[in-house]
Design a protein around this ligand. Structure first.
Ligand code: F6R
Length: 609
C-alpha cells in the first residue's frame, strides 16, 4: 500500500502534493517524493523517511510549477531508500511515474529493457513502467500509456507525467484505489479521498481498467479499449477523519474488510502461471539446501505466534518436517537445541518486536538458518534474517492485528506447499487442488464479510460481560486462541481458548448456565469428537455459538446459533473462520464503548522486552 497524488491547475502543485501526501501517510511512510514540471523539465525530489524529511529537504527550494505528482511509500520491492523512493523516471527524465501496487512481470520486462539499453537506478518494480513508456512512446502520450498497460501485469494505480505533454496527467488503476477530485480550473488525483477532501468533495472514483487524461479544465475517461466512459460525480459527505478510515468507523474494521485484497496481494507473484504450483523466487535457498533441514522452529509473539501454530500444522501435514512453535520471550531463554540443520522461522507483522528480534539473533548465533515472515520491508527483523518472505498486507494501523494474521496464514500455507513439492511429500494433483482452493480464498473472505449484521446482533444480544470460552480441536483450536485474544485485547472481556477435548480435565467446572462458548467445528477430521465436546458444554446449559462450514446441517441441532463460513479444504478454513471471530470481538468492543483502535495498555509495536 502506498499513497499517490497528482495536481494540475494554476496554483503551485507542490502545495497540494505535500498536503495530500500528509493525509495519505497512513498508507505508507518509509519514503516520499514529488515531481513538478518547472516550465522546461520535470524536477524530481525524493528521499527516505517520512514526509517531514522531504519537506525539510526542499524547504529552501520548493519545486515551482502548476502540474505534478507525488508519492508516499510502503516498500514492497526494494528496501526503503532515496533511490527506491518514487517518483521514478526513465533514462531521459522525460517520463515520470508514481505507482501503488505490484508489477508482477517486472523482472522479465526489466531484463528486456536492459538489453535494449535502458539503465535502471532502483531495485523497484515501478521503474520498469517509466522505461517501458520511454521505449514505446510514439508522440501520442495517451496511446503510449495504453501500450504500457497492455504489457504490464499485476495490481496498480499509476499516475504518469510526460515533459512533452506538460498540461496533462494520465492515471489508471487495476485492483488498487484511485480517485479524481474535481476542482474549479484545477483537478486532483489521489489514492484515497482524505488527500483531496480539503480541496473538493466532488469526485470521480475510477474502476479497474479505466484511464483518465486529466487537464486543469477537462477530464477524459476511457475504458481498456479506449472507449469513452461517462461517470457520475460522487459527492463525498464524510468528514476528514472518516475519510482516512475509508468510511469505516475504525481502522480495525477497515483492515478486517481489506483482507480479501491483502491475501490476494500475498499470493500475487507466488502462484505459477499454470495455476498449479507455488513459486518462491525470493527464497534463495535451493532445493538441496531446503532438503537438509530436519527441524523447524517457529518463533513469534501474540497473534503472530497464533499464526505460527497454524504454520506448524501446515508444514508438518504438507511437507512432513517436524516443527516446534515457541513464544519468543520464552524461546530465547530456554536453551533450545539448534544446529546448522535447524531452520528458524520468525513471524512478525512489524518486524520490530524486541523479543522476536532477540530470539532471531540468538538462533543465528547458535547456527540456525533463519527465515523471516514479515510485513514491513526493511524492518530490523527483515534485515537480520538470512531470508525474508513478505506478507505484502499493507500498513496495519489498528493495534489489534487482523489482516496481518490472515496473510501470515496464507504465506505459511504457500511455503508449506512449496517445501512439499521439493520434498515430494504431496502428489502434483494434491498440490494443484490446494492451489486452486487457495485462489478462491479472497472471494470467500469477501462472502464472509458481506453480511456482518448477524454477528453485530450476537455481540449485542449476549453482551459478553464476564467470561467467554472458545473451544475447538486441531486447527480450530489454533483459531480459537486467536479469537479469544481479539476479544480480550479490544473489549477487555475475559476470554480463554481450550482444546475442546481438554475441557473435561478441569475447565468444565467453569461452564455453568448462561456462560457463552464459541465452538469452532470446521475440521471434518475431528468433527464428531468436537460435537461430543459441544454436547458436554450444552449439557451444562452454556450458550453456544457454533462456527461451521456451509453445508453443515448438523451443528445447528446442538448449539444456540451457528455462523457459517464458505466451504474449502479443511486446511484453509482457519483463514475464513477467524473472520467472524474478528468481527465478534470488534462489535463486542463497540457495544461496550471501548476504544477499538487503541486498546488500553497496548502498543502496536512492542520494542521493549
Ligand atoms: C494482537 C497483536 C499482537 C502482535 C504481537 C507481535 O492483536 O497485534 O499480539 O501480534 O505484539 O507483533 P508483531 O507481529 O509485530 O511482531
Amino acid at each position: 500500500m502506498c499513497g499517490i497524488v497528482g495536481y494540475v491547475g494554476d496554483k503551485q502543485a507542490a502545495d497540494f502534493l505535500l498536503e495530500g501526501l500528509s493525509k495519505l501517510e497512513y498508507r505508507g511512510y518509509d519514503s516520499a517524493g514529488i515531481a513538478v514540471y518547472d516550465g522546461s523539465k520535470i524536477r524530481v525530489e525524493k528521499c527516505v523517511g517520512r514526509l517531514a524529511a522531504l519537506r525539510d529537504k526542499i524547504k529552501d527550494n520548493v519545486p515551482q510549477g502548476s502540474i505534478g505528482i507525488g508519492h508516499t511509500r510502503w516498500a514492497t520491492h526494494g528496501r526503503p531508500s532515496d533511490t527506491n523512493a518514487h517518483p521514478h523516471t526513465d533514462c531521459s527524465g522525460d517520463f515520470v511515474v508514481v505507482h501503488n501496487g505490484i508489477i508482477e512481470n517486472y523482472l522479465t520486462l526489466k531484463e528486456d529493457l536492459i538489453e535494449k539499453g535502458h539503465v535502471f537506478k532502483s531495485e523497484t518494480d515501478t521503474e520498469v513502467v517509466a522505461h517501458l513508456l520511454e521505449e514505446v512512446y510514439n508522440g501520442d502520450f495517451e496511446e503510449s500509456v495504453r501500450e504500457v498497460l497492455r504489457r504490464i501485469e499485476g495490481s496498480y494505480s499509476l499516475v504518469f507525467m510526460c515533459r512533452q505533454h506538460p498540461d496533462e496527467l494520465i492515471c489508471t488503476k487495476q485492483d488498487n484505489p484511485l480517485v479524481i477530485g474535481l476542482g474549479d480550473g484545477e483537478n486532483f488525483i489521489a489514492s484515497d479521498i482524505p488527500a483531496i477532501i480539503n480541496r473538493t468533495r466532488r469526485t470521480y472514483i475510477l474502476n479497474d481498467g479505466e484511464m483518465a487524461v486529466v487537464r486543469k479544465d477537462s477530464i477524459k475517461i476511457t475504458n481498456r479499449k479506449g472507449e469513452p466512459v461517462t461517470k457520475k460525480v460522487f459527492e463525498v459527505n464524510w468528514n476528514a477523519e472518516a475519510a482516512e478510515k475509508g468510511g469505516f468507523e475504525h481502522f480495525m474494521l477497515k483492515e478486517i474488510h481489506e483482507q480479501p485484497k491483502a491475501v490476494r496481494d500475498t499470493m500475487s507473484q507466488r502462484i505459477a502461471k499454470d495455476g498449479k504450483r507455488i513459486v518462491m523466487d525470493e527464497l534463495k535457498w535451493n532445493a538441496d539446501y531446503l532438503n537438509n533441514f530436519h527441524k523447524i522452529y517457529i518463533v513469534a509473539c501474540g497473534t503472530a505466534y497464533h499464526a505460527g501454530l497454524v504454520g506448524k500444522y501446515y508444514i508438518e501435514k504438507l511437507a512432513r518436517i517436524p516443527v516446534e512453535v515457541d513464544i519468543a520471550s520464552e524461546f530465547r531463554y530456554r536453551d533450545p537445541i539448534i544446529d546448522e540443520n535447524t531452520m528458524l522461522i520468525v513471524v512478525s507483522q512489524s518486524g520490530e518486536t524486541s523479543d522476536t528480534l532477540a530470539a532471531l539473533k540468538e538462533s543465528k548465533r547458535r547456527g540456525a538458518k533463519t527465515l523471516a515472515l514479515t510485513n514491513v520491508v526493511g524492518s530490523s527483523i527483515a534485515r537480520e534474517a538470512d531470508q525474508v518472505l513478505y506478507t505484502w498486507a499493507g500498513p496495519e494501523i489498528a493495534v489489534a492485528s487482523t489482516k496481518a494474521y490472515t496473510t501470515q496464514l496464507i504465506l505459511f500455507f504457500m511455503l508449506s506447499l512449496y517445501m512439499a513439492e521439493i520434498k515430494g511429500t504431496q502428489t502434483e494433483e494434491r498440490v494443484a487442488e490446494l492451489v486452486a482452493k487457495l485462489q478462491q480464498i479472497p472471494a470467500q473472505i469477501s462472502e464472509t464479510l458481506s453480511d456482518v449484521e448477524p454477528i453485530k446482533t450476537f455481540a449485542k444480544q449476549y453482551g459478553f460481560n464476564e467470561d467467554v470460552f472458545y473451544i475447538g480441536r486441531s486447527l480450530d483450536w489454533d483459531v480459537a486462541l486467536e479469537g479469544a485474544l481479539k476479544l480480550k485485547e479490544i473489549s477487555y472481556i475475559h476470554a480463554e481458548a481450550y482444546a475442546a477435548g481438554e475441557l473435561k480435565h478441569g475447565t468444565l467446572a467453569l461452564i455453568v448456565e448462561g456462560v457463552p462458548v464459541i465452538a469452532l467445528a470446521t475440521q471434518k477430521s475431528v468433527y464428531e469428537k468436537t460435537l461430543s465436546n459441544i454436547k458436554e458444554v450444552k449439557a451444562r446449559d452454556a450458550v453456544v455459538i457454533g462456527i461451521a462450514t456451509e453445508g453443515d446441517d448438523e451443528l445447528g441441532k446442538y448449539v444456540d446459533h451457528v455462523m457459517k463460513v464458505p466451504e474449502t479444504d479443511e486446511l484453509l478454513t482457519p483463514i475464513l473462520a477467524v473472520v467472524p471471530l474478528q468481527l465478534l470481538a470488534y462489535f463486542a468492543a463497540i457495544t461496550r464503548g471501548c476504544d477499538v483502535d487503541k486498546p488500553r495498555n497496548l502498543a502496536k509495536s512492542v520494542t521493549v522486552e
